[in-house]
Design a protein around this ligand. Structure first.
Ligand code: ZN
Ligand code: FE
Length: 259
């Protein structure tokens, strides 16, 4: 079992820490800000920062990299196709990152950005995925650089992972995402129940992550572009009949952008 700790950053980012079983090393994922990481390290002197994993180039994911690298000499792993500060290892689809006795598979997931990668691990108990800004709990990232077809293909490759895969994404967007999901599928009971659970968590000031893929497949409209209810809602909203898959995905992504 891998141990993760979430450090809140900015308004709604999470910087994930991955602790090594040796109790001495820690890796950090997408440190948009160095301060929360430095604070944590200050309170846990038994740990040293050994690695930084980067999913994509946006400032809220890489803003703290240079300072952390300068302060610790850690290794920086990030997508080859993007400009990542202080990167030591440029990662391509199919590469494997070996840290802490774990094997992290690099999956290219273009869409939010063109070089966005995800990290998937299946040799540590239940499999887990670092999905960055591609697959969110109840939603997906905006299409800043890629096309709907690219994002749909990326999400489809993540949807094919084992259903028990735990999903560690980079933002606390779950409540707003599920409000939208409920608007798309008002009769979906799993979405209703999940929205209530998430509302309670947020009112208590708690985080809604990690998620798991089985729950996403039942409640995330962006993984459900082949479901009749989603196709008909997207068609009604866009005013013309849409086909399953990319066309429906593109329509619900555009709908969410103005929701
Ligand atoms: Zn981003
Ligand atoms: Fe982000």
């Amino acid at each position: 079992m891998s141990t993760f700790i979430a450090l809140p950053a900015f308004n709604d980012n999470y910087i994930w820490l991955l602790l090594a079983d040796d109790g001495e090393r820690v890796a950090v994922v997408d440190p948009g800000d160095a301060k929360p990481v430095i604070n944590w390290l200050g309170k846990h002197p038994e740990y040293r920062l050994s690695d930084i994993l980067i999913t994509h180039h946006h400032p809220d994911h890489v803003g703290g990299v240079a300072a952390l690298k300068a302060g610790t000499g850690c290794k920086v792993w990030g997508p080859a196709a993007e400009n990542i500060p202080a990167r030591d290892h440029a990662l391509e689809h199919g590469d494997t990152v070996k840290i802490f006795g774990l094997s992290l598979q690099v999956i290219a997931v273009p869409g939010h950005t063109l070089g966005h990668i995800a990290f998937y691990c299946e040799n540590s108990g239940d499999p887990w995925l670092l999905s960055g800004d591609t697959l969110f709990a109840g939603g997906c990232g905006r299409l800043f650089e890629g096309t709907p077809a690219q994002m749909h293909a990326s999400l489809s490759s993540l949807a094919a992972l084992p259903p028990q895969t735990r999903i560690y994404c980079a933002h606390e967007y779950t409540q707003a995402n599920l409000r939208f999901a409920h608007a798309v599928e008002p009769d979906n009971k799993d979405i209703k129940v999940r929205l209530e659970v998430v509302q309670d968590l947020r009112e208590a000031g708690r985080m809604t992550l990690p998620s798991d893929l089985a729950l996403e497949l039942r409640t995330n409209p962006f993984l459900r572009a082949d479901c009749a209810a989603v196709i008909s809602a997207a068609s009604a909203h866009s005013g013309s009949p849409l086909s399953p898959g990319v066309e429906t995905f593109a329509a619900i992504r555009a709908w969410k952008d103005s929701f």
